[in-house]
Structure formats: C-alpha cells, structure tokens
Design a protein around this ligand. Structure first.
Ligand code: NAD
Length: 299
C-alpha cells in the first residue's frame, strides 16, 4: 500500500497545521487581552548542520504562530559555566516564556546539569525532572509535556481513538519519547505495557500482537513485523530512520520502525513516516510555548 491517500492513514501534517492555527489564535488573544507576546529562546551549542535545520523549523513555526523567537548560538568550545550562565540569564528575562536547548550538545558538556538549570516554568520541552514528576503523579499536571508524546496524544484525540480501557503498548523507554508516552497513556486510562531493548523478542512480538494502540519509538527500521499488528488496532510509528535508496536524489529515504505495507493492511489507523508524528513535534512545541497556564504563571 502506498503511503497517504488511504482512509486509514493519519495525516500528521494536517493535524499539525490545525494545532498551529489554534496556537496562533491563542497568541493573538494573549496579545490583545493581556498584552503578552510569548517568547521562545532556542539555545544551540556547536555547529551541527542537522541541529541548525531543526532550529530553523522551530523558528519558522514561531513566525507562523506569531510567537517571538530568539536564537542564541554558542560555539562548540563553550564551557559548562558559560552555557549555564546563558540559561540563567534567559530564566531571568521576563520577555522569554520558553527556553529550549537543542540536543545533542557537544560531548564535553553535562546535558543533565544544563537542562536542570532551565527553570521548570520555562521548560517548553517538558524534560525538567519537576515536569516529568508532575506528569507521573495522579491528579497532577505538568506545566509542559514532552512534545513528541503529547503530539501522539493529540493525534489520538483528534482521530477520536478511545484510550480508556484500551491495551496500549509502547516500544522504547527513552526520557523524551517512550517513558512520557507511557505516562500520558496511563493518565488517559489505557492499560500500558512498555517493551524495550532488553525485552526478549518473543515478548516484543506477543506485546505488539496484544496492542489496541501501539506506539513504536525504538529507532530501528522495520523492527515491528507488519504481520504482528492486531486487526483494527491503531499504529503510531515515531521512529525516523534513514535508509539507503539509490532512487532518491540524496541517496536515502526516511522509514519508521514498523513494516508499513503489511501493518497498514491490518491497522484501523496508522501514521506514515514521514508525515505522521514528525510534524506534530514542532506543533506541540508551539502549543507549549503559548501554553496559557505556563505563560500566565510567568506574567
Ligand atoms: P533512544 O535511542 O533514546 O531510545 C530508543 C528506545 O528503544 C530505547 O529505550 C530502547 O530500549 C528501545 N529499543 C531499542 N532497540 C529495541 C529493540 N530491538 N526492541 C525493543 N526496544 C528497543 O531514541 P528516542 O530518542 O526515544 O527516539 C526513538 C525514535 O524516534 C528514533 O528513530 C528517533 O529518530 C525518533 N524520534 C522521532 C521524533 C519525531 O518528532 N517524530 C521525535 C523524537 C524521536
């Protein structure tokens, strides 16, 4: 089956567009009713071309939503003290409502320590231990939730996927995708199973076979066999893997972690790669930056 066009294929670009249009409206309201212009500071350390591309997308999305963005660039030799000082300055700047550090940062820097310097009220990535702690607790709410998993929840909500009582399986347990994904699904009353690199393959297979909602974030092309997908389930493929493809001008193409063609025959709904979860991440970053509750707590 080809990606796109089919009725069971989730159009992440369209949903991302809708989210950004809503953000734009909220930003206009914040400006006209409260005189607040949300501001996002993006800190980029070093000279990685891929990071520059990601940051460019974020800055463009800000422009589209009416959010002021400030790009702070530091050289690859920047010291830990210098990077932390810049973050503290941004913490104290009342025109900045969100701060994000573009990852990865150069190896000589301590990522955990740097991220923990961001005040949790300005943590638009939702990675701060306080925000993750709030996310993990019942009846508590993080000020911002990690963008990729909350993008998945937004897809499920807009596609009217029932999470209550559903069996959800999350493949992967990273701090930025798998763990917060499992917590969000749990909060949405799903019964959640998390499988990871240490899970025996037979258990990975049986978990996938049992999933009403499957979210895969392993970063392994084709890890999930399409024939394992439960008939009528919802398949969300977060994986983004470049594989060689001589027919492409740049010599490669992007694929997910799920063997798409076979999976798409069985799933009720499925996200393609690219064009599924990917576009949602930036949209949710915009949502987090505008996030009324957080911005209000800062003004
Ligand atoms: P990560 O490398 O930090 O974590 C991968 C996780 O997958 C680990 O927890 C590991 O235990 C698990 N895993 C690895 N091999 C496995 C296997 N054989 N069986 C079961 N589990 C296995 O990666 P990440 O940052 O969580 O990202 C995962 C994927 O999602 C990557 O392809 C990444 O590019 C993609 N991603 C996409 C977006 C987006 O916006 N669409 C955002 C973030 C990450």
């Amino acid at each position: 089956m080809s990606q796109g066009g089919s009725s069971n294929v989730i159009d992440g670009r369209r949903i991302s567009q809708l989210v950004q249009e809503e953000v734009k409206l909220h930003v206009e309201q914040l400006k006209s009713e409260h005189g607040v212009e949300p501001g996002l500071a993006v800190l980029i350390i070093g000279d990685r071309t891929d990071s520059q591309v990601y940051v460019k997308h974020k800055v463009l999305a800000c422009e589209k939503c009416g959010i002021r963005s400030v790009k702070v660039e530091l050289g690859k030799e920047t010291t830990q003290e210098e990077a932390e000082r810049v973050v503290r300055e941004l913490n104290g700047d009342s025109s900045i409502h969100g701060i994000l550090v573009q990852l990865p940062i150069p190896e000589h820097l301590d990522e955990k320590k740097l991220l923990a310097e961001i005040s949790f009220e300005k943590d638009v990535d939702g990675f701060h231990p306080t925000n993750i702690g709030l996310l993990a607790m019942r009846d508590r709410k993080a000020l911002a939730q990690p963008c990729t998993p909350s993008g998945v929840m937004e897809i499920l909500r807009r596609e009217k996927v029932e999470t209550k009582g559903a069996k959800a399986v999350v493949v992967g347990r990273s701090n930025i995708v798998g763990i917060p994904m499992a917590l969000l699904l749990l909060k949405a009353n799903a019964t959640v199973e998390v499988v990871h690199s240490q899970t025996p393959r037979a258990e990975l297979e049986s978990a996938v076979k049992s999933a009403d909602i499957l979210v895969v974030a392993a970063g392994k092309a084709g890890l999930v066999d399409g024939s394992w997908i439960k008939e009528g389930s919802v398949v969300i493929d977060v994986g983004m893997n470049s594989i060689p493809d001589a027919s492409k001008k740049n010599g490669y193409r992007l694929v997910g972690d799920v063997q798409y063609d076979e999976a798409a025959k069985r799933a009720k709904l499925i996200t393609p790669v690219p064009g599924g979860v990917g576009p949602m991440t930036v949209a949710m970053l915009m949502h987090n930056t505008e996030g009324g509750r957080r911005v209000a707590s800062l003004t």
